[in-house]
Design a protein around this ligand. Sequence first.
Ligand code: AMP
Length: 114
Amino acid sequence: MAETIFTKIIRKEIPAKIVYEDDLCLAFHDVQPQAPIHVLLIPKKEISSTNSISKEDQELLGHIWVLIPKIAQELEIADSGYRVVNNCGREGGQSVDHIHFHILGGRPLAWPPG
Ligand code: AMP
């Protein structure tokens, strides 16, 4: 897959407000926040979208879901509640072709989403 801006963030070639990092993942504040708390959690592995997840990514995706409540706790939105969003493809609203999970909170979130 083609390299995206997220690869540059992983390599620290462009700045980001990082809230969590380990060997497999990085979480940082979204540059255009849609809620008082809006963090993106990404795997360092370049997977272009949910459509490109393969069997070998099973453990990595499990790791991501274990991290989500820990990061929410760190961001102090675990108790009030939050939303995890993965946009896939053009009509799903995906604009960066490196799989990512939006963690949104800090205000009541409307449903259904637009
Ligand atoms: P999506 O539309 O689901 O593909 O989400 C991509 C997200 O990446 C958007 O919410 C953007 O605001 C965010 N984004 C794009 N560039 C950056 C950046 N350099 N730093 C932080 N967030 C970014």
